[in-house]
Unconditional design. Structure first.
Length: 288
């Protein structure tokens, strides 16, 4: 009798459900529908002839067979990744794909990459900047690593730093006094846009959106000319801008967590960069 083959895609789905104890959260991490993940788990259970999960009131619990498979699934997928990395190592240069917010990509990350390049000249880093809300879901496909912004105390990944969101205006301009506040913000999907509009609405402060751009440089330029105020991270405050506070009639804003997300099976070059960025952002004094 031919033994069933354990498909890596099915094992990946199994590990996601086992880790998150939820088909819904596993589907989000895998960027698939919940029904697709359920079908994969059912297919795996049929191949093995055992039940791997049991639904409970609090979520999903692994069966005894599921706990037993967990050890083998991790070993099989790690061995698969090791084999692929070993065979590809001699055929192409090491490339690591990094996704990051625009301000970190232009202010924080470049000096860290310069230092990394000196230590590891054989590794090439491809960096993409932009809104990071959807980037973690693309880990493994579009990115090896993602540095993303989350509401304080929320989000997966490894906490690197906490950043305070602040209102900012041109250094040469007085605090805004007009009845309707003019703001320059980022596209829908950006936490700063959401927080800014919610805070102004909650404070009853009339406002209008005068400028929208995905890039920090464009938004900063508008604010620096005194045409609008904007929202930035206190830790990456552009030199042409200054902080506005409640004394200037602006409502307070929340803090954000900066978190590092890693693809499930990282090749060694990506793991090296991840550790370098973690140290450089959260413990800058420890860089080699």
């Amino acid at each position: 009798m031919t033994k069933p083959v354990l498909d890596p895609d099915l094992l990946n789905a199994f590990l996601a459900v086992a880790e998150h104890r939820s088909f819904t959260r596993a589907a989000h991490v895998l960027n698939r529908t919940q029904s697709a993940v359920s079908v994969q788990i059912r297919r795996l259970e049929e191949r093995l002839g055992v039940r791997l999960f049991q639904r409970t009131r609090s979520g999903v619990a692994m069966s005894s067979a599921g706990h037993e498979l967990l050890v083998y699934a991790k070993r099989l997928l790690d061995l698969n990744a090791e084999a692929v990395d070993a065979l590809r190592a001699g055929k192409r240069e090491a490339v690591v794909r990094l996704g990051v917010m625009d301000d970190y990509g232009t202010i924080v990350i470049p000096p860290l990459l310069a230092h990394f390049a000196k230590c590891h000249p054989e590794i090439r880093v491809e960096i993409e900047t932009g809104l990071t809300a959807t980037m973690p879901a693309q880990l493994g496909d579009a990115y090896d690593l993602v540095i993303a912004m989350h509401p304080e105390g929320r989000g997966d990944g490894e906490l690197l730093r906490r950043e305070q969101a602040v209102w900012a205006a041109a250094r040469s301009c007085p605090a805004p006094t007009q009845d309707t506040l003019t703001v320059a913000l980022y596209p829908p999907g950006c936490l700063f846009r959401q927080w800014a509009t919610e805070a102004l609405d909650a404070a009853g402060r009339p406002w209008r959106l005068a400028f929208v751009s995905r890039t920090l440089a464009a938004v900063e330029a508008i604010a620096a000319e005194g045409l609008a105020i904007t929202v930035v991270k206190a830790g990456t405050m552009p030199p042409r801008l200054r902080v506005l506070s409640e004394r200037d009639g602006l409502p307070p804003l929340p803090a954000a967590d900066i978190r590092l997300h890693r693809a499930r099976h990282l090749p060694r070059p990506a793991a090296l960069l991840a550790d370098h960025l973690r140290r450089g952002i959260s413990e800058p004094a420890t860089l080699c």
